[in-house]
Design a protein around this ligand. Sequence first.
Ligand SMILES: Nc1ncnc2c1ncn2[C@@H]1O[C@H](COP(=O)(O)OP(=O)(O)OP(=O)(O)O)[C@@H](O)[C@H]1O
Length: 624
Amino acid sequence: MTMPWNESTRSPRPTRPTYLPPHLRDQPNITLPRSPRSGHGRGRRGRGRGRGGRAPNPPPRSYPRSRKNFSEHDPNPYPNTKPQISSISEKFDLLKVIDNDPSDVNINAYDETPVETSGFDVPSPVTSFSEIDFSSALIENIKTCKFVKPTPIQRYAIPVAMAGRDLMACAQTGSGKTAAFCFPIISGILRRDHKKSPAGIVTEDGGLSLKMACPLALILSPTRELSCQIHEEAKKFSYKTGLKVGVAYGGAPIVQQFHSLEKGVDILVATPGRLVDMIERARVSLRNVKYLALDEADRMLDMGFEPQVRKLVQQMEMPPAGVRQTMLFSATFPVEIQKLASDFLSNYIFLAAGKVGSSTDLIAQKVDCVRDMDKKSHLLNLLRAQGANGSQGKNALTLVFVETKRGADALQHWLSVKGFPSTAIHGDKVQMERERALRSFRSGLTPILVATDVAARGLDIPHVAHVINFDLPRDIDDYVHRIGRTGRAGKSGLATAFFSDKNAPLAKALVELMQEAKQLVPSWLKQYAETSYTYGGGGARSNRFSGIKFGSHDYRRGANNENYDYSNQFADATVSESYAAPSSPFSCHNSHSNYPTSSRADSFHDGFYGHMFDRRSVVASGWD
Ligand SMILES: Nc1ncnc2c1ncn2[C@@H]1O[C@H](COP(=O)(O)OP(=O)(O)OP(=O)(O)O)[C@@H](O)[C@H]1O
């Protein structure tokens, strides 16, 4: 790869390859700031950004004052091999869409999913897209995407959202929630004929005129990669509607994102930290927001993000609940988060396609009892067996989740040494590396991706056939999202968990979840569940099983609130025959009483990756 050399830099050090964010890579004539200050989006005022603590800043001086300051060369480290097009939305086929092969998709697999609704005057569901009053351009785009019929969450959520109602919607991973909020937003903006593509308000600062983007719709998501994915999806759905879709996320140069948003944006997809930063720099205003969607809403409202989201929604000019329309979506919705979420909603309808927080039974779940010290050899055996069985072909991808960032690097390195082409993604990697890892995985170049929870939610990567929880998460909801990277769009998938003694507190929830999904539960795991204490009492996310029974619904039902009309509508509630977990030659069926104990044993601590480290210092984050 050629490293661009910035001649204006005094230091002879070569700069990093200039970052070009994914959403700009297909655009012709993209020019980038020459100034070294802005090279990585860290102009003087760019540092320490994004956690909501900064006082509002005037626009930074390090921004290019005009496009003349931009260099003309194209330092895109990922040269675009596609034909150049004059406008991003001119050729649908050339949009970087999520390349799910429609022939792979089996939406009928969701036909039997029971759907529960509650709230006042719930609009009736539809059975086809043609029943909905979508604009012709949107209908064309749905056809082009080969979405033949709506999934259950789309059947119910779209009419609710089209009726202008606030919504809290829960549906299993991979069942089409993105379209369920994108379609009504696109349709709503077009139908209500809001002033389209506001080029923004021009502000003056010290003689510098700046444009402030004023989106009509805001979609928030917790990770950069998920924001990029939603952005691509929304662009695809908005093709030829005239709507402009923008994206803002951390880790990429903010100047380029400003430059892109300056052209006007109707729908803005963003991670919270970067958006707060942009608003504080007076480059985005939320005053025109009519539609707010929170994807992975329970994550957006848990302890990590809630202050930023609250700030965005309640302190940054966004019209209040009831004036704007708010839609919250996730596959998991702990009761405590549901309660918190109601602060952001007005007279909302609750929807659950499938049981709240359950995994889809399209995923065969297998739990292997593995001592920490044996995990690596067990993984190797699994991967070799997969190869021998032919399931590790070009298109079958394996996603391996570990707990820590350093653990991810170490395991990936070890796998490579053992001859398994792999890559890793976690929050300590720079954005370019994160994107490169995902691209390499997605393309099958490195069919194994070792990841922390940064890749646990939302990512829609076709052909992920196997998810391995090398380290199980502490929270069952995280487990649900992780395994949900397979078994998407009606396809089947396999999830294998390595369960060691230290995972005992998860046993009860895991057993309940597996039983719910009609999976075979090993007897040793049931014994763990009966005898182990469970996680609990910590934060909202650990209270899933407290108060309201697992698989329960709208928390308002438990609140003894007679003002709600809990009119349930169930589709045929027969859950389809389960996909029994195949028995594994590697499963350890021994009773846990025989299980060697080293309760806090940790394969990373033990130095199996060739070094010791303190896991407390390397929290698996990378969320934005
Ligand atoms: N009606 C449909 N017909 C065919 N394919 C669909 C339909 N709706 C969605 N899909 C496809 O299903 C896949 C999963 O959709 P999506 O990513 O929206 O799932 P999700 O419910 O948001 O998952 P997660 O909970 O993991 O975020 C995508 O590839 C999408 O293109």
